[in-house]
Design a binder for this molecule. Structure first.
Ligand SMILES: Cc1cc2nc3c(=O)[nH]c(=O)nc-3n(C[C@H](O)[C@H](O)[C@H](O)COP(=O)(O)OP(=O)(O)OC[C@H]3O[C@@H](n4cnc5c(N)ncnc54)[C@H](O)[C@@H]3O)c2cc1C
Length: 429
């Protein structure tokens, strides 16, 4: 009997013949060799938080939920080795109890570490690359039957391909992750103006370790999120912060989003209302707790980055287009900064990048909105987040990612029978 799978964003709904939960590397290698023998397609699911067709298969879906935890700590304290199915929430807590932390994170902590790394998940901050830049070494089970460890100094090209691989090379079983000493962060949230957020982008990035903003369509308003390291005492707001997070931000937002979905003219007042309701305050806590937010309201998301020197022109065109076309949207546009890296198919490869993400509440039309904004991103040589909705074709990937062809060649070498490729991955590699 086949098993129905849906992702978090409800953009995917498919049936897999089998969902397997290996608990050892031997079991993982056996899955790959059986699939090769029986000519089955294998895909791996982390937490199903990507919107794109990466995890889709009608054959075998592998979940590493039974393969979690820290396995080794570098005696010098520079890295820890972690099983690839470990969820970020658990990883953050386990690291904290050992006096470590990851230097930077995105804005949720429910993904598996392999799921997050493999799509180029990122946070924000001019000194930080995608999370995959924090990888020190990777152990990967290849469809050819080998289990090998790769790093900057061992099998360099496969390491650079494996850092962000969309699960197309094999099943990654372990990561050695670079870690830093545990630290606390102070987070300030306040209302600002869109022109200031854009014009003073460099200034904010210089003053704050992690700077991002959310612009509310049909307003001049943004939520500024300003984060720096702190040694001041923890101030997390306790029950009231949870209450705000869960009841006001998520449940209130859900109720009003439903209203917006069913009442055609409500999107502009709601966007203005959301801007006014931006949480204002200062919180201090362990770094992993400050980075993570709760997301209970389901939406579709498309995110692209452009080279930093094209950001101001690109975002100005997006804002003007939303206003001119009067898209029915109340959810904000999010803007973050990611440092250039040298990962083979990283969206930030070779350029400091500004990521811009558009959101649409589930159940409201997103196609025309996303298509129009995507064409603007293409005009500015935009590169999509692999986990978020996009319609890029192979030729465009080749044009926009300098090492796409090299990655495709490595993919074919690692997986000569193509068992890791579903229809979507076949179409882009
Ligand atoms: C509410 C929400 C908030 C988000 N916030 C951010 C954010 O702040 N920043 C950001 O950049 N992104 C963000 N994302 C996107 C998200 O981080 C990525 O889509 C991420 O890939 C999801 O991780 P996952 O564990 O759910 O992986 P999945 O979506 O299940 O899988 C992602 C990819 O990883 C592969 N994979 C998983 N495990 C392995 C393995 N062991 N070996 C090889 N391949 C593997 C899968 O096959 C697939 O190709 C957000 C998504 C949501 C829904």
């Amino acid at each position: 009997m086949s098993i129905r799978i849906q992702n978090w964003g409800r953009s995917l709904d498919f049936n897999a013949d089998q969902v397997l939960y290996p608990a050892s590397e031997d079991e993982i290698l056996t899955i790959l060799s059986n699939a090769t023998f029986n000519r089955k397609t294998v895909r791996i699911i982390g937490s199903g938080h990507s919107w794109t067709n990466l995890i889709v298969t009608s054959d075998i879906l592998v979940s590493l939920d039974r393969w979690q935890g820290i396995t080794e700590v570098d005696p010098g304290g520079k890295w820890v080795e972690v099983k690839s199915g470990t969820k970020l929430l658990k990883l953050g807590n386990d690291l904290w109890s050992m006096g470590f932390a990851m230097e930077n994170l995105g804005d949720i902590d429910v993904q598996s570490i392999a799921g997050a790394l493999n799509t180029g998940t990122h946070g924000t901050g001019k000194d930080f690359g995608t999370l995959a830049t924090q990888i020190h070494a990777i152990t990967i089970a290849l469809p050819t039957g080998e289990l090998i460890e790769v790093s900057e100094t061992q099998n360099h090209d496969l390491f650079k391909a494996g850092q962000i691989s969309l699960g197309a090379l094999g099943i990654i079983t372990r990561y050695k992750l670079k870690v830093v000493k545990a630290f606390n962060l102070e987070y300030i949230s306040k209302l600002g103006k869109i022109r200031d957020a854009i014009d003073n982008f460099d200034k904010y990035n210089n003053e704050y370790r992690n700077y991002e903003f959310y612009w509310f369509p049909y307003t001049e308003e943004v939520q500024l999120k300003l984060v720096n390291e702190t040694v001041k005492p923890i101030k997390d707001g306790g029950f009231m912060r949870d209450f705000d997070d869960i009841v006001i931000e998520n449940m209130g937002y859900f109720a009003l989003s439903e209203w917006s979905r069913t009442h055609k003219k409500f999107y502009k007042p709601f966007s203005k209302f959301s801007a006014r309701g931006v949480p204002k305050g200062t919180w201090r806590n362990h770094s992993n707790k400050i980075f993570a937010t709760k997301r209970w309201v389901r939406f579709k998301e498309m995110e692209y980055n452009v080279a930093k020197d094209k950001f101001q022109e690109c975002i100005t065109e997006i804002i003007e287009t939303i206003h001119k076309r009067d898209f029915r949207v109340h959810m904000p546009l999010e803007v973050r900064y990611v440092k250039a890296d040298d990962i083979m198919i990283s969206p930030a490869s070779g350029r400091d990048a500004v990521y811009m993400a558009v959101h649409q509440y589930n159940g409201m039309d997103y196609q025309e909105y996303f298509r129009t904004i995507e064409e603007i991103f293409w005009k500015y040589d935009g590169r999509p987040h692999f986990g978020k909705m996009n319609t890029m074709k192979k030729e465009q990937f080749i044009q926009t990612y300098p090492n796409w062809t090299q990655f495709s060649r490595i993919q074919h070498e690692c997986d000569p029978k193509g068992i890791m490729l579903n229809d979507y991955l076949k179409s882009i590699f």
